[in-house]
Design a protein around this ligand. Sequence first.
Ligand SMILES: [Cu+2]
Length: 120
Amino acid sequence: MNRTACAALAAFALAATGTSAWAHAKLVSSTPANAATVVAPKQIVLKFNETLQAKLSGAEVVMPGMNNMPVAAKASVAKDGLTLIVTPAAPLAPGAYAVKWHAVTADTHRMQGKVDFTVR
Ligand SMILES: [Cu+2]
């Protein structure tokens, strides 16, 4: 289902139930924030609006300035169900990084996005 249909369905669910129980995954905040320049983070924390399906949600880290070279990292959903924690296998060297996330909530739609940050 495309995003428009997904949004329409979410709006319908909202109207029908009065809750957002069927809303698709949306990134609420990230640490580091998008476009931030930071000291190397031990973890990248992505917070979402709805409980994530852990098996279907994750993230990868790449270096866009190096032909999208993958960076070894492990992504897991925290106990609260709302937070995706990405832990690099080794300290991040200075440079530009992109965290490409994908997330699935109760409505089963796969949403994705990207957070960029720079390690100084
Ligand atoms: Cu959805």
